[in-house]
Design a protein around this ligand. Structure first.
Ligand code: BES
Ligand code: MN
Ligand code: ZN
Length: 500
C-alpha cells in the first residue's frame, strides 16, 4: 500500500513555515525570485556567498543540499533553474524532476517548496502561476511513484510525508490548479499501476473489475461490462476474433462520468486494452515480448483520466470505452486469411493476427456512435512503426477533423505531453485493399502508423475523431522499464478546456 502524502499550499512568508527542508530555485546569473531573496536574507546571505565562491552555479536542474543549524529548516535544497533566457517550460519541468528526485530518497519528513515564483519563458504552459502550480503538483505525484508490489524485499518506507508549496495567495484558482495537478499525477500513477501489473493478473476480466471498483469508489462513475455472449449478440465479431485464442475471455468495458448537463454531448475516450499481445498465430519474436503486457496502455490511460475526472469533478460528460482482449496463439485462434464481419457490417480479411489492435478498436468505434459524441479520441499502442517515426518523445496523432487535432496538439504542448500529427490522406487507403473482403487488416510496411489509422478512420466517419498512437510514449524500455502515465496529462488538459 502506498502511503498518501500530505500536500498543501501556503502564502505565508517562508520563514513562518517550519519544515525539515526548504527548497529554493537559483537562477544561473540574472535576477533572483522573491522567495530566493527571502531565503537568503533568512540565512544571513549564505546563498549569495556560496554562489560567489562558485559552490552554487544555478545550472539548470542542478541539486545542492546544504545542512543548516538554528534555522526554521534543517537543510536547504538549492535547485538550479538555469539562465532566464533558457528557462523554457521543458527546462523548468526538468528542474522540478530533479527537485523531486532529491526529496524522494532524502532524509526530510517535510518540505517547503518555493519554486512557484520562478519565471518561465514562452507563452505556452508555465507562464502563469496557476500553470506552474498545476505542473508542480503533477510532477511531485508522478515522480514520487514506485511500483514494488511484487518485490519481497520492500524498500524502506519513504521519510517524506508532508509537502507545502509556496503560492502568492490562497485564492480558489491557485488551489484548483494545484489540486488538478496533483490529481493528474495520481491519475498517471493509476495508469502506471495498471500497465506495470503483470499479464497473468491483468487480463480482460481483471480490467473490468477495476472499472467496477471505480464505480464503487466514485458516485460520479457508472460502469457497464459486456461479456462475450453480449458482444456476440451485437455482432462485435472482431473483438471476439482477437480473443478467440486465449483462455481469458474478452470484455467491452464502458465507464460513464456525467458531470455536465444531461443535454451536453459526451466526449468519448476509447482505449486499446490488449492485456498481452503475443501476435497470435502471426507470432512475435520472443525477445522483449514481456513488454507486450503494456499493450493495454491505451486503456490504462483512459482509466487514469477517468480517475482524474472523478476526483476533480469538472462540468463535462465523458464516456470511456475499453476494448479488452488477450491476443494468444491456440487451436481456437484466428488465422491469417480468416474473414470476419465487423459490428459496422463491413468485412475484414485478417492477413496478420498481430495487427489486432485495430480489430478490437474498430468494433468499439462503431459501438460509441450510440452516445452521439461531441468528439471521440482513441488511445492505442498500435504500431511499432510509430516508434520508428517519432521515437519515444511524441505521440502520433491522426484525425479526421483539423479543429480537434489542433486542440489535442495544443493540450500536448501546454502539458509537455506532446503529440505530432501525421497525415490521413486518401492516397494511403488503397494499401488496405483486399482481394476477398472489404478491407485487409494490414497495409504493408510503408507508413504503418498511417495505414493503421486509415483502417480505424473507416469506422469513425460519423463523428469528429482523433487517434493517438502511444506505442512510443506509454512506456519506457531499457533500465527504467515501466509505464509512463502518458497521455493522461494531454487528455486531462484537453477535457478541462471543454468543461463548463
Ligand atoms: N502492440 C503492437 C504494436 C507495438 C509494437 C507497440 C511494439 C509497442 C511496441 C501491435 O499490435 C502490433 O503488433 N502491430 C504490428 C502491426 C503490423 C503487423 C502491421 C507492428 O507494429 O508490427
Ligand atoms: Mn500486435
Ligand atoms: Zn498490439
Amino acid at each position: 500500500m502506498r502511503v498518501a502524502m500530505n500536500f498543501s499550499l501556503s502564502s505565508k512568508a517562508i520563514t513562518a513555515t517550519k519544515a525539515d527542508c526548504l527548497v529554493i530555485g537559483l537562477p544561473e546569473k540574472g535576477e533572483w525570485p522573491e522567495s530566493t531573496k527571502a531565503a537568503d536574507d533568512a540565512l544571513g546571505g549564505l546563498i549569495k556567498q556560496l554562489e560567489k565562491a562558485g559552490d552554487l552555479t544555478g545550472k539548470n536542474a542542478s541539486v545542492n543540499t546544504l545542512p543548516l543549524v538554528d534555522q526554521p529548516w534543517q537543510r536547504v535544497v538549492v535547485i538550479g533553474t538555469g539562465k532566464d533566457a533558457d528557462r523554457t517550460a521543458t527546462a523548468y519541468r526538468k528542474s522540478l524532476i530533479a527537485m523531486t528526485g532529491a526529496l524522494k530518497d532524502g532524509p526530510s519528513k517535510s518540505a517547503l517548496i518555493s519554486l512557484t515564483d520562478t519565471a518561465v519563458q514562452g507563452e505556452a504552459a508555465v507562464s502563469s502561476e496557476e500553470a506552474r502550480l498545476n505542473l508542480i503538483g503533477r510532477i511531485l505525484e508522478d515522480q514520487l511513484y514506485t511500483f514494488t508490489e511484487f518485490k519481497s524485499d520492500k524498500p524502506a518506507a519513504r521519510k517524506l510525508k508532508k509537502v507545502v508549496v509556496q503560492a502568492s495567495g490562497a485564492g480558489k484558482s491557485l488551489k484548483d490548479a494545484f489540486n488538478l495537478g496533483l490529481a493528474t499525477g495520481r491519475g498517471m500513477n493509476y495508469t502506471k499501476d495498471l500497465g506495470n501489473t503483470p499479464p497473468n493478473i491483468c487480463h480482460p476480466v481483471w480490467l473490468a473489475e477495476q472499472a467496477k471498483a471505480m464505480a464503487k469508489d466514485y458516485d460520479s462513475i457508472q460502469t457497464e461490462v459486456l461479456d462475450e455472449k453480449q458482444m456476440e449478440k451485437l455482432g462485435m465479431n472482431t473483438i471476439l476474433a482477437v480473443g478467440k485464442g486465449s483462455k481469458q475471455p474478452p470484455r467491452l468495458i464502458v465507464m460513464e462520468y456525467r458531470g455536465g448537463k444531461a443535454k451536453d454531448k459526451p466526449y468519448v475516450l476509447v482505449g486499446k486494452g490488449i492485456t498481452f499481445d503475443t501476435g497470435g498465430i502471426s507470432l512475435k519474436p520472443g525477445e522483449g515480448m514481456d513488454e507486450m503486457k503494456y499493450d493495454m496502455g491505451g486503456s490504462a490511460s483512459v482509466f487514469g483520466t477517468m480517475k482524474v475526472l472523478a476526483e476533480t469533478k469538472p462540468k463535462i460528460n465523458v464516456v470511456a470505452v475499453i476494448a479488452a482482449a488477450e491476443n494468444m496463439p491456440d487451436g481456437g485462434a484466428s488465422r491469417p486469411g480468416d474473414i470476419v464481419k465487423t459490428l459496422s457490417g463491413m468485412t475484414v480479411e485478417i492477413l496478420n493476427t498481430d495487427a489486432e489492435g485495430r480489430l478490437v478498436l474498430c468494433d468499439a468505434l462503431t459501438y460509441v456512435k450510440k452516445f452521439d459524441p461531441a468528439a471521440v479520441v482513441d488511445m492505442a499502442t498500435l504500431t511499432g512503426a510509430c516508434i520508428i517515426a517519432l521515437g519515444n518523445h511524441a505521440t502520433g496523432l491522426l484525425s479526421n477533423n483539423d479543429e480537434l487535432a489542433n486542440e489535442l496538439l495544443a493540450a500536448g504542448e501546454r502539458t509537455g505531453d506532446r503529440a505530432w500529427r501525421l497525415p490521413l490522406w486518401d492516397e494511403y487507403q488503397s494499401q488496405l485493399d483486399s482481394n476477398f473482403a472489404d478491407m485487409a487488416n494490414i497495409g504493408g510496411r510503408p507508413a504503418g502508423t498511417i495505414t493503421a489509422a486509415c483502417f480505424l478512420s473507416r469506422f469513425a466517419k460519423d463523428y469528429r475523431w482523433a487517434h493517438l498512437d502511444i506505442a512510443g510514449t506509454a512506456w519506457n524500455s531499457g533500465k527504467a522499464k515501466g509505464a509512463t502515465g502518458r497521455p493522461v496529462p494531454l487528455l486531462v488538459d484537453y477535457l478541462m478546456t471543454h468543461a463548463g
